[in-house]
Design a protein around this ligand. Structure first.
Ligand code: ATP
Length: 138
């Protein structure tokens, strides 16, 4: 089975129970779970691929504005299946094209989009280690 990193972002932390229900109903196992509030430095490190982009400072401000929930999800094709379940990046567009998706249901716009999902096996491994440094990844 494959693993992916899921984040519930500060804008959706009050919807944690509903989002966890969607995760479990879609056949994922939640292997690890940790509630954290990132510092700006930690957040900049996590999103280093976006450093220098116009939206970077406001992304860091948003992602450090309150607690987030980091989870390691396991399933066959976990990376693709989680990205499918969360829907497109922009929650406004998600409401048009994927109205049942997590981002459509719990996000607001292109920045406040409720959740994150790793986009490849390499980023999943990096992101799982980022939040769960002691996790054993086979
Ligand atoms: P994520 O990586 O958070 O799951 P994603 O991979 O679909 O989302 P990225 O393009 O990697 O999206 O952007 C990372 C995050 O930065 C987005 O999830 C969103 O919160 C924010 N973001 C992306 N594009 C914009 C934008 N144009 N304006 C504001 N915020 C943005």
């Amino acid at each position: 089975v494959e693993r992916t990193l899921a984040l519930i972002k500060p804008d959706a932390i009050q919807n944690t129970n509903e989002i966890e229900d969607m995760i479990l109903k879609s056949g994922f196992t939640i292997l690890q779970k940790r509630r954290v509030t990132l510092t700006a430095e930690q957040c900049s490190d996590f999103y280093s691929e976006h450093y220098g982009k116009k939206f970077f400072p406001s992304l860091v401000a948003f992602m450090t504005s309150g607690p987030i929930l980091a989870m390691v999800l396991a399933r066959e094709n976990a990376i693709g299946a989680w990205r499918e379940l969360i829907g497109p990046t922009n929650s406004t567009q998600a409401r048009e094209s994927h109205p049942e998706s997590v981002r459509a249901l719990f996000g607001t716009n292109e920045q406040k989009n409720a959740v994150h999902g790793s986009d490849s096996p390499v980023s999943a491994e990096r992101e799982i280690r980022f939040f769960f440094p002691n996790c054993i990844v086979e």
